[in-house]
Design a protein around this ligand. Structure first.
Ligand SMILES: CC(C)(COP(=O)(O)OP(=O)(O)OC[C@H]1O[C@@H](n2cnc3c(N)ncnc32)[C@H](O)[C@@H]1OP(=O)(O)O)[C@@H](O)C(=O)NCCC(=O)NCCS
Length: 335
């Protein structure tokens, strides 16, 4: 008979860390190319500024910085990490996974390392995988990183995306716990809406062939904003409620709500639809960071911890959604 392994009774987030690129880009710097205004952007999205990475702030550099901070706060050494999961859509090498280079630079003992592609929902997917690994015994501790350099794939002349997408990294160390710290994930995908947010063309079209010359330009991300807006505002509140129900947490027991930072109006619509009590603290990092895709949830949670809005032991609801359309939500205990 094949021997099986068993893991910890429960898993929890032991530490969160993040990295914000140094270059702050106010709305005034993006409006001219898209014939827009600071007022329009703030009113329609809640975004006041975003950060775009400098050339030396690579996906790997930002990830390692966020991960070191999360490891420090968790009191976990790199050698204790058995698996590194990196959620990103902006590591611009098809292979190998950037997670392998990050695991090496951090000084893990050849930890398992792979990237996942679930766009803006990637971090919450990673947390679900890591929690299951810790409980099943395939990892003692796992590191989940959400990182993006969306500025590389954004068309600065596209009115629907240029003011939204931004850069950054967030990380979480997941490990064993005496009590449940990560609730059941509620996740899924709606591939019927595959084309709503996507890379404009595939690499073969960029390169071209003898019959059809390639475009030769970076394949930007394109988005049909309005249907995404409606889908997120109406459908995702139900998914968030399901995550609370699956965790057995009533809305009165919730302290913190950390939705994907896509648009302030989506955040408000979800909060209204879920009838969140006023005392529940809501992440609003989008005002200063824009939409950083896979990095947005850990960046937002880390800010709330730093500013005292989320305290250790608080019960937080995480939900993320985006291209695919893919989504994932879970209740966690704030480390
Ligand atoms: C992108 C987004 C802010 C646009 O807001 P919207 O209210 O849907 O805007 P619309 O596209 O319907 O356009 C409304 C009007 O503003 C104009 N407009 C569009 N982009 C503009 C811009 N950047 N600046 C100024 N005006 C703009 C349009 O031309 C249109 O004008 P009209 O009414 O005269 O035709 C919004 O759709 C959104 O946030 N979507 C979700 C995005 C998201 O969350 N994506 C990531 C998910 S992971």
């Amino acid at each position: 008979m094949i021997a099986d392994h068993t893991g910890a009774s429960h898993a929890a987030i032991l530490g969160i860390g993040s990295y914000r690129p140094s270059r702050v880009i106010p709305n005034s710097e993006v409006v001219e190319a898209i014939d827009s205004s600071d007022e329009w952007i703030q009113q329609r999205s809640g975004i006041k500024q975003r950060r775009w990475a400098a050339p030396d702030e690579t996906v790997q550099v930002m990830s390692v910085a966020a991960a070191r901070s999360a490891l420090d706060r968790a009191g976990v050494a790199p050698e204790q990490i058995d698996c590194v999961i990196v959620a990103t859509v902006t590591h611009l090498l098809q292979t190998p996974a950037v997670a392998t280079a990050i695991a090496h630079e951090l000084g893990t003992q050849q930890a398992a390392a792979f990237d996942i592609s679930a766009a803006c929902a990637g971090f919450c997917h990673g947390v679900a995988l890591a929690a299951d690994m810790v409980r099943a015994g395939s990892a003692g501790h796992a590191l989940v990183i959400g990182v993006e350099r969306l500025s590389d794939l954004t068309d600065l002349h596209d009115r629907g995306t240029a003011f939204i997408f931004a850069d950054g990294a967030g990380a979480a160390v997941i490990g064993p716990s005496d009590t449940p710290g990560i609730g059941p994930v509620v996740w899924g995908s709606d591939g019927e809406q595959f084309d709503l947010i996507r890379q404009k063309e595939d690499w073969r079209d960029v390169v071209g062939n003898d019959e059809k010359p390639g475009s030769g330009v970076m394949p930007h991300l394109v988005m049909l904003g309005n249907p995404v807006f409606r889908w997120a505002s109406f459908t995702m509140a139900k998914t968030a409620q399901q995550a609370l129900d699956r965790a057995g947490i009533s809305i009165d027991e919730l302290d913190v709500f950390v939705p994907h930072q896509a648009n302030m109006r989506i955040i408000d619509a979800m909060a209204r639809s879920m009838k969140l009590p006023e005392r529940v603290k809501i992440a609003r990092d989008i005002a200063e960071m824009g939409n950083t895709s896979a990095a947005s949830v850990p960046l937002a949670l880390d800010r709330m911890i730093a500013e005292g809005e989320a305290k250790s032991g608080d019960t937080a609801l995480l939900i993320a959604f985006g291209a695919g359309l893919a989504y994932a939500a879970q209740v966690v205990t704030v480390p």
